[in-house]
Design a protein around this ligand. Structure first.
Ligand code: HEC
Length: 253
């Protein structure tokens, strides 16, 4: 069940805990090894998850999904919250506006509210190299799920393809869905949509959508990966998406 996050005043009453201040190295502002420290106000994520999802989110193999206003979905393995300290924040301490510049994506004044998940990367400096991965902003809903397994590894999937399911999740399913599992940026079942493409056309599209359809908003596989690696991933994705059994209830293209 998806839980809509209440506003901060309501959350404070439900948690019966005052919000805390956490100092972090802000990954969206820290570039070229230069750290920008910011203080945010909020609650330890585990407290919010316990309150809204109950204790079962803590089980191994469960993922916590953070859903943003624009349909963007960020999935974070539950183990990570038990290992590292995260806060669900609603305020940039000392500032009226709750915004950040996203230097990497060249965006100014990106709204962070209603909630922004931040990690205590000062206490856990091993998180610093990860940058903004797992720092979803504009979060309005959370849920815990084992849907990954049900949707992406259904019975009948050749075992050799199960590794490619994780590749699809990592690169594609923040926007697309497979068997009902994934983001809301593009409708339909990607497993069926992929079947409309010849392998070559699919690879070309996934590596460089803009070259196939100028002006498209779909990003290609990260340009930071070597070309051969992008081709390899695209082939694996094609193999997986065209062979994963399609569940009857999501057999809508
Ligand atoms: C940031 C969101 C986003 C991500 C990530 C993304 N896509 Fe897309 N995708 C889109 C959008 C938007 C469209 C529609 C593009 C258009 O028609 O201009 C699309 C279209 C497609 C289509 C054609 C769909 C159809 O209706 O026929 C395929 C196939 C596809 N994407 C595959 C992928 C694969 C494979 C990945 C992962 C490597 C991926 N996409 C990652 C947003 C995304």
């Amino acid at each position: 069940m998806a839980e809509v996050l209440p506003d901060a005043a309501t959350l404070e009453i439900k948690l019966n805990t005052k919000p805390q201040t956490v100092r972090v190295s802000e990954p969206h502002l820290s570039q070229n090894g230069k750290q920008v420290i910011r203080s945010y106000r909020g609650w330890p994520a585990v407290q919010v998850l316990d309150l809204l999802l109950g204790a079962h989110w803590r089980a191994p193999g469960v993922e916590v999904e953070f859903r943003a206003l624009d349909g963007y979905v960020s999935r974070i393995p539950s183990e990570r919250f038990l290992k590292f300290e995260a806060f669900l924040t609603y305020e940039h301490v000392g500032h009226r506006r709750f915004v950040v510049d996203n230097l990497e994506q060249n965006e100014r004044d990106v709204a962070l509210g209603p909630y922004y998940l931040v990690w205590n990367n000062i206490r856990h400096p091993e998180l610093l190299p990860e940058g903004g991965t797992y720092w979803p902003y504009q979060v309005k809903q959370i849920l815990s799920s084992t849907a990954f397994k049900t949707a992406l590894l259904p019975p009948g999937l050749p075992a050799s393809l199960s590794g490619s399911a994780a590749i699809a999740q990592k690169y594609c399913l923040s926007c697309h869905k497979v068997n009902g599992f994934g983001g809301d940026k593009w409708p339909g079942n990607l497993a069926l949509q992929a079947r409309q493409f010849q392998a070559d056309d699919f690879v070309r599209w996934v590596i460089s959508p803009g070259a196939v359809k100028p002006g498209t908003t779909m990003p290609g596989l990260p340009i930071s990966l070597p070309q051969v690696e992008r081709e390899r991933l695209a082939q694996l994705l094609h193999g997986y998406l065209t062979q994963v059994p399609v569940s009857p209830e999501s057999a809508v293209k």
